[in-house]
Design a protein around this ligand. Sequence first.
Ligand code: ATR
Length: 279
Amino acid sequence: MSQDILKAGVIGWPISHSLSPRLHGFWLDQLSIHGRYDAVPVVPEDLASFVRSLPENGFQGVNVTVPHKEAVMDHCDKIDDLALRIGAVNTLIVDDQGLILGSNTDHYGFKQNLLASGEIAAGPKERAAVVIGAGGASRAICTALEELGFPKIHLLNRTVSRAQSVARDLGGPILPGPLSDLPALLPDIGLLVNTSSLGMKGQDPLHVDLSDLPMECLVTDIVYNPLMTDLLRQARERGNKVVDGLGMLLYQAVPGFEAWFRPMEKPMVTDALRKYVLA
Ligand code: ATR
């Protein structure tokens, strides 16, 4: 019987703090699936051999996290167009022929989390979005914001050349600039997103004065530790709607789970799951 178990996991280095085993474990349990999902520490030197041996080791696939999201692209047999455009892969699926397919679900996770919050609808928007940070997560988020209908995306980063690279690689309505542009942009925007690590436990806080932000502007942060970052707290206290970053983590896990284990009727991202994952 044990050979029938469906096997998946998350690879990274270090990996011990990943919440993914808890969240996939919750779904496996809820859906009574005979499967397992483990965190597997993989050092960069072992990445190629680990990925190439996924089929013979009985894996349906794995999630890929820091620091492997870009390097893993060299070891896939096929990468979907969206992941190629974003330039990062966070989900591997082993197909029926044993081929390794790479995709990026951060984009889906960010978009679904915003749509599910009910605070934003798909379709053309009048106001621009501001994205802080130009790392890997930012690339997926800029792509999602374009699809959500933002006419302009101001991409602000400490290292402006990195924001310029993202704008060049992705194309579309992305306008790169320094963090110091933020105060002048605030009065005219409809969405403010922090994708940088500022505000994360153990990192510097994100210092921003939101006094000029329109009250209709939605504020979101991809940092989920702490759940209520200083940015979100400040926005909420002045009456703006906020969406925290945990939902993105939960939604980005759905496509992988559905490919490896079983489709869900609809994404099972519930308050019970949020509580379980954070406990
Ligand atoms: P991820 O893949 O999660 O996006 P990353 O690629 O390491 O992570 O990107 C981290 C982001 O946080 C970057 O935009 C980084 O700015 P730089 O490109 O200038 O490094 C930003 N960041 C991290 N620490 C920062 C700090 N102290 N001040 C300003 N920005 C910071």
